[in-house]
Design a protein around this ligand. Structure first.
Ligand SMILES: Nc1nc2c(ncn2[C@@H]2O[C@H](COP(=O)(O)OP(=O)(O)OP(=O)(O)O)[C@@H](O)[C@H]2O)c(=O)[nH]1
Ligand SMILES: [Mg+2]
Length: 364
């Protein structure tokens, strides 16, 4: 965390703000909507966010550095412990905490665990009751009353992150609570996530959204290579000057793909790499276009999970690959050839060394 060197700037409010709460309450969705860009991945499954994600919002009022965090929960493995540590450590580093909760009068053990931590760290807390689009407006006061009984807040705001309801009010309330000072980052900075980290997260998001049960929770994604190259010149046979991107990738569109080992057994990894990402049809590509070749691995923790990630005839991996590719293309602004591999690292969520390999080491 950077120190705000000059606190004399009385014109601007600048500070660090974290979003904390139980898993699935909408922290990442809210952060993305507040900054107006999708940086953090989201899903309807709890424990989507695994690390601290920094984003920056700057306007004429000043600068808010948002820190999204993993949901605070009772951890069942080392990865869970790491995630909760990231969240609690982040609370200590900020000027202001947004505590996100579901719109409910039920305040259970999970919330009480968080209340204890909020009291301990002694920071100003804005209670954000999210997902108000899912409840009757007449009930809002009862949720506010229930939470008011638990502790004191700097403010209480009801919002719908998904529908962007009341977010302008929330933004103003945040600015009003930040110290005067100079911005920490240049205007154009949006996040500290590298392109490679975002690519890995996009792939994990698609896996989380498409897979069911325990499988997606045991998934990690590593990006081995990301290289941009000029697309091959169009083949001479194709004379059309109007070159359009293929609607589907060449591999995704073609019939069954079969890749064999020397002994004649199917080489699953090779087959999957071929199926997954959708390599480009070079003949349909403008020579001036760039193509980014990405090789990434989806790590799962059991052999049986590997089969599920791959799906029948590679169908699941193909879906994950093509959905991820679409999002990555939007981000990098050129076409992407994504090759996905699936690997098993048994029980990696309880193995500190493996976790480190997948980027879950020291909380940032
Ligand atoms: N209806 C409704 N759904 C919402 C709202 N905000 C978030 N969601 C949904 O809630 C689910 C969880 O959202 P996330 O943003 O991933 O939640 P999170 O708190 O970051 O979750 P973790 O990272 O797992 O701790 C997703 O399906 C979102 O679309 C909201 O205002 N209204
Ligand atoms: Mg999240």
């Amino acid at each position: 965390m950077q120190e705000n060197q000059n606190n004399n700037n009385a014109a601007l409010r600048c500070g660090y703000v974290t979003l904390i709460g139980r898993p699935n309450v909408g922290k990442s969705t809210l952060m993305n909507h507040l900054i107006g860009q999708k940086i953090a991945i989201t899903s309807h499954k709890p424990q989507t966010t695994r690390g601290q994600i920094l984003t920056v919002y700057t306007d004429e009022r000043g600068q808010i550095v948002f820190l999204d965090t993993p949901g605070i929960h009772e951890s069942k493995n080392k990865l869970g412990e790491y995630m909760v540590k990231v969240a609690t450590k982040t609370m200590e580093e900020v000027d202001l905490i947004l505590w996100l909760v579901e719109p409910s009068t039920f305040i259970g053990q999970g919330e009480h665990m968080i209340i204890d931590q909020l009291r301990e760290c002694g920071k100003q807390v804005i209670l954000v009751i999210n997902k108000i689009d899912t409840v009757d407006a007449a009930d809002l006061q009862s949720f506010i009353d229930a939470y008011k009984k638990e502790m004191d807040y700097a403010d209480i705001v009801t919002v719908s992150a998904l529908k962007s309801e009341n977010l302008d009010d929330l933004m103003q309330i945040i600015f009003d609570r930040l110290p005067y000072g100079d911005p920490f980052y240049d205007d154009e900075v949006l996040t500290n996530q590298s392109e490679r980290e975002i690519v890995a997260e996009i792939i994990r998001e698609k896996a989380l959204r498409l897979l069911t049960d325990e499988v997606p929770h045991g998934i990690a994604v590593t990006v081995e290579t990301m290289k941009t190259r000029k697309a091959a010149a169009p083949a001479k046979k194709k004379k059309s000057k109007h070159v359009h991107p293929p609607k589907k990738s060449a591999n995704a569109a073609s019939g069954p793909i079969s890749v064999s080992n020397a002994d004649g057994t199917p080489d699953l990894d090779a087959m999957l790499a071929a199926l997954a990402g959708g390599a480009e049809d070079a003949a349909n590509v403008d020579a001036a276009d760039n193509i980014m070749d990405i090789e990434a691995s989806i790590i799962c923790e059991r052999d049986s999970h590997k089969g599920i990630v791959i799906g029948k005839g590679g169908s699941m991996l193909k879906k994950i690959g093509s959905q991820a590719r679409e999002d990555i293309e939007k981000m990098v602004g050129c076409r992407v050839n994504l090759q996905l591999f699936v690997k098993v690292r048994r029980d990696w969520r309880n193995d500190s060394l493996q976790m480190k390999n997948f980027g879950y080491n020291n909380p940032k």
